[in-house]
Design a protein around this ligand. Structure first.
Ligand SMILES: [Zn+2]
Length: 151
């Protein structure tokens, strides 16, 4: 399923696979600030990422908000700064799924983290949530991943 764009109550939803057929151009008609809910994104490939970055260039410095990023998206935002904006950090991550691992029992789970849990001061529950299996503290799988929430 290729990328679909739908709208509901002032939020634009992207869903499906962001690949060579993904067309971001309809988003350029939207007014800023643009709230993009990414919860339905299943996969992102390198060609799709290039289209996304081209959109970021065209969107410019206007405010963009990413809501409900799945791990496939939060992973990309963590390693590709252009997805936070080209000239300035005009794109803000409001909420995202972040992978954690428990070193006591090896349990892995993704937790939803919001920007207010990380900035200005990281909430200990966002850094080390309690393992649902053994109650020990879990660790981030990718230690730098909460940086996606930096203002
Ligand atoms: Zn555990």
């Amino acid at each position: 399923m290729t990328m679909k764009i739908t709208r509901s109550a002032g939020v634009v939803f992207l869903s499906g696979v962001i690949d060579e057929s993904a067309d971001f151009s309809p988003l350029l008609q939207e007014e800023a600030p643009l709230s993009l809910n990414l919860s339905g994104v299943e996969r992102v490939n390198s060609v799709g990422l290039r289209s996304w970055m081209r959109f970021m260039v065209q969107w410019g410095d206007k405010t963009l908000k990413y809501l409900e990023c799945p791990v496939v998206v939060s992973d990309q935002i963590a390693i590709i700064p252009a997805l936070r904006g080209i000239k300035s950090r005009s794109a803000h991550v409001i909420s995202a799924m972040i992978p954690y691992e428990c070193y006591a029992c090896q349990h892995q789970e993704d937790f939803r983290v919001t920007d207010s849990q990380v900035s200005p001061q990281p909430d200990p529950k966002a850094l080390n949530p309690e393992c649902p299996k053994c109650k020990e503290e879990m660790e981030l799988v990718n230690p730098g991943q909460l940086s996606i929430f930096e203002p």
